[in-house]
Design a protein around this ligand. Structure first.
Ligand code: FES
Length: 183
């Protein structure tokens, strides 16, 4: 091998290494959101139903009095993480001592077309102002507008002296007669 061949080979090898050093992190960066989307667990990385939202302490709730709380979490689209944005809200209703479950959580998203459900005037039940869906205190429809009762959400309580109320927040298909989770 001549000296010139040796230099040419060295230049080629060095060029290849530089290209590799640039290409590997670039490909990893491009693929990372896709990997994150497929995984579950941490907030914002998997589906909404993967994570429990820490909503309130039990002592903040009065028995039989519905109280609304926002769901705030990180949002991730294909490439960008948007920290701590409101993504919805829930109604929590504490049950009398000894009743299971101790807290019922209702999604505040109307099963008709997704508007926000409020308390009915006078607090007798719930009401959606968009097309006048009405629900009683147990979330059952009081007229024919909503296709199903208000959507209940899974609730867990921590073992603290004043337990935290954790809610598995998820969305369901509008207009369906059954609760069908959105992917
Ligand atoms: S979206 Fe609630 S009544 Fe239509």
């Amino acid at each position: 091998m001549t000296r010139r061949d040796f230099h040419r080979l060295g230049s080629l090898a060095l060029g290849g290494l530089i290209k590799l050093a640039v290409a590997v992190p670039a490909v990893a960066f491009l693929l990372s959101p896709l990997r994150k989307r497929g995984g579950g667990g941490s907030e914002g990385a998997g589906t909404e139903a993967d994570s429990l939202a820490n909503i309130a302490s039990l002592s903040q709730l009065k028995v039989g009095e519905p109280r609304s709380f926002p769901i705030v979490r990180d949002q991730v689209d294909a490439w960008v993480r948007y920290p701590r944005e409101p993504v919805g809200s829930v109604w929590l209703v504490r049950q009398p001592d000894g009743v299971e479950p101790p807290v019922i959580a209702y999604s505040a998203e109307c099963p008709h077309l997704g508007c926000a459900i409020n308390l009915a005037p006078g607090g007798a039940g719930f009401h959606c102002p968009c097309h006048n869906s009405s629900f009683d205190r147990e979330g059952k429809p009081l007229n024919k507008i909503p296709p199903r009762p208000m959507d209940t959400l899974d609730v867990e309580l921590t073992k603290d002296d004043d337990p935290r109320v954790l809610v598995r927040f998820e969305r369901f298909q509008a207009l369906a007669e059954e609760k069908i989770p959105l992917a």
